[in-house]
Design a protein around this ligand. Sequence first.
Ligand code: PLP
Length: 482
Amino acid sequence: LDPETFAVESHAVIDFIAGYYRDVEKYPVRSEAEPGSLRKLLPEAPPENGEPVEGILEDVQRHIVPGLTHFQSPNFFAYYPFNASTAGFVGEMLCTSFNVAPFTWVASPLATELECVMMDWMCKLMGLPDRFLFSGGGGGVLHGSTCEAVVCTLAAARDRALGRLGHEGITKLVVYASDQSHSTFQKGARIVGIAPSNFRIIRTSAASSYGLTADGVRDAVEADIASGLVPLYLCATVGTTGIGAVDPVAALGELARRYGMWLHVDAAYAGSALICPEFHDYIHGAELADSVSMNPHKWFLTNMDCCCLWVASPALLTSALSITPEYLNDVSEGKTDVIDHKDWQIALTRRFRAIKLWVVLRRYGAAGIRAHIRRHVEMAKCFEQALKADERFEVVGPTRFSLVTFRLRPRYEGDHAVNALNRKLLNAVNTSGRAFMTHFVVDNKFVIRIAIGATMTGMQHIRGACELLQEKATEITTTATT
Ligand code: PLP
């Protein structure tokens, strides 16, 4: 790695990226690439000799960019946002520049120290209880995804329970989540060996705005205890993926305590909003949780990947995950009371993500990030109002945070026909290339989701999305009736 060559080539890449961001709005948001299309354009094998970076960038522009789905387009409203920002880039560049691996404290002391400080900063910013601070007996770690975080906490909860029950007890362990919880939880339960028949999906309804109710969970838990099973873990979500529902953390925390279950709060998307005091109520009761996670790479101006996980009792996590082979044994005596984050996650190798979060937090400040969140929340309200003013549409879920769920309302059609009509509408919107939205099904209703949160989205894009929906609704309802 020659620094002079690096300076020249990286400038070329930065100019390329800046150009991409300047133009990103011009591309169709959702990729229309056909399966296998890229293989036809690329050689069968890698080049024998190195090529200049200019030619590589030309090919990226020619072959890759046109076929991408542009997650950073201001007209990207699908899934949940995946924020990129200038500070996120700078932080990511520093992370990749040093390319250190803070798996043990000794391997990268200050990277570990920075991670611990960042986890405390984030904990305070989100208004989480002191028990998740290092000084409060808890602590945090940066993972790449919620899925990894959930697997690790499930392993910790499982091992705590098996310490009591013995290893054969694994077949008795039951985990609970709502029908709105992310599939990541089901995957995690499968990975840590929970019997598929012991994965309880508790139904929610419009009456509780699709949040879990304490009664619903209690009934399920008591039925399991009566059958000789052992409640292990309850996953509460603040801001579910489909419809943005919020589970009542305090009530679920009390239940978890009563029945000896681990309570995890998954705030992957909405956790970013918790830095605004007006959303703090949603995390009320977190002092009863065993762990909390959120993804700054969703809505916190932090480029992928970055997931914060806090645990109240790090010892439970590390006793499930800690294995120290001889080659990782620290021979520099005296540094015993240190954090080895390898024992807080699955992999050994890990990135210096803390520096990225540090740059983001310092560059924008808490006030800047709150303003970013509030701008999108405001846009969601405007979008909702505009849609409500058009009597053809109905808003389906409660609009929370920056997610609006809606559909063309039924006129004379049955459920099946109105669902088909909405599917057609979504398809027409997405194939137009002017925006990308995704859908969800709740109470057998096919609903369209608009998740506002791309960094470059402005009010003009919200107006554009609304007009696009209205225009396509007119087109498909006209063709349906002629
Ligand atoms: N939990 C919720 C509520 C989510 O919305 C998502 C993704 O959108 C996830 C978990 C999965 O996160 P990850 O991809 O980081 O595992």
